[in-house]
Design a protein around this ligand. Structure first.
Ligand code: SF4
Length: 153
């Protein structure tokens, strides 16, 4: 079965900044077709759980208390890429809106609960290296369509 990288929180791992998971029921359909490889870039980058929320501002990643955590985010992203290369993974499903995993949207960098178009650090790196990245809202794109039954008419 083909391996697929997935944000660990989408599978229910309690690894987000609040110490909670973000279980997505759709992953049960993915499991039927892929061998899921769980990964949390922020935890792998050395951040604690729970932790202050972070947002991308310019070319830095900053926690709400002002701590710069760009290095940790980049470490997590590089580990994700290394894992994909090692396991031959070419596709990833990543949690939307996250400063690590967001594939289309991230917060605006001012902790105002406002979203803007953009990608998280891990999503951006993986995509730049040719790995297909999808949000949890795009899981249907990864489920093979059932072969059409031949018409007897
Ligand atoms: Fe989920 Fe990604 Fe945030 Fe980890 S870094 S909690 S996998 S969204």
């Amino acid at each position: 079965m083909q391996k697929l990288l997935i944000s660990a929180c989408l599978v229910g791992e309690k690894c987000n900044y609040k110490g909670q998971g973000k279980y997505c029921p759709k992953i049960e359909e993915l499991r039927e077709h892929y061998d899921l490889v769980l990964f949390c870039p922020e935890m792998e980058g050395g951040l604690k759980c729970p932790r202050n929320p972070s947002e991308i501002k310019g070319d830095q990643v900053i926690m709400k208390d002002g701590t710069i955590v760009t290095r940790q985010f980049e470490l997590g992203a590089n580990k994700a890429l290394a894992l994909c290369k090692y396991l031959g993974i070419t596709k990833a499903v990543l949690k939307e809106n996250s400063p690590s995993c967001g594939t289309h949207r991230i917060h605006n960098g001012y902790f105002m609960d406002r979203l803007i178009a953009g990608m998280g650090v891990t999503a951006k790196l993986l995509k730049s290296k040719g790995i297909e990245v999808y949000s949890e809202d795009e899981i249907d794109k990864l489920i093979p369509k059932k072969s059409k039954e031949k018409s007897t008419e």
